[in-house]
Write a protein that binds this ligand. Sequence first.
Ligand code: SF4
Length: 299
Amino acid sequence: MNDNSYPAANSAADIIELCYQNRIPLSEYAVRSECERSGMSPEEVRDKMHRRLDVMGSSISEARKRPVYSVSGLTGGDAERLERYLKTGKTLSGETALTAMAGALSAAEVNSAMGRIAACPTAGSCGIVPAALEAARERLGLDEEAMLDGLLAASAVGLVIGSNATFAGSEGGCQAECGSASAMAAGGIVAMAGGSPKQSFDAAAIALKSVMGLVCDPVAGLVEIPCAKRNAMGAVQALAAADMALARIESKIPFDEVLEAAVSVGRMMPEALRETSNGGLAVTPTALRMREHVFGEEA
Ligand code: SF4
């Protein structure tokens, strides 16, 4: 094995061990793993991620500056609303949490308006990772390179999820989309703050198990309600999980086992709660009226 190549490591336990043995951070593991998989050089990998970061940066700020509405007209304007509230300086959750929420809502609204986003890991959950990482970057006074390392560390968490589970709401419910994104963001934030790979996966485990069983129930079959607000909550949850891990609180159940349990819960979930819009919030009277309004369909 040369310095830039790594054996396939599909579990958090393996990755933590590899990082420990080679004395490298999670971000470096992600770069070497991607080089191995794609044949790209480390510089090309970082450059590619930089371009993703640019798209993410625009998506988490665009709808904060001016109201952006979805094509269906069902949602929009909330990121700008939250931005104005944030500027009052009288928020309950504090500036970092509000920044994360506003950024996540912004990306979700840009997505619903058919704007440009970076799916991370999916379009439906596109706001969580960039908004949570950016809020943490601002809070910690870090630069863009640190943000890139955070994104790479988040991708290492995503690699484990992608190798052993699913990101699809149609397979695993919203725990698979927003839950995965929140876990990735939590792991990335810990890495940005100087935590160890083990702490990153502890944060990821805490975030994921907190939404285990979360159903996928989009109103009118559109990725808007409740998706946008789940993005906002997923970003805040990532920050909270990262804080716990940085305080050296461990996840008593290791990440690999939490993930296995989430897969098992997803399999037990009825089809009505897996993106079919036949259950959960999607069949409430208000949701059915919205569906009729958009598509002219009787419930
Ligand atoms: S509710 Fe379903 S469509 Fe919406 S973000 Fe969650 S998984 Fe995606």
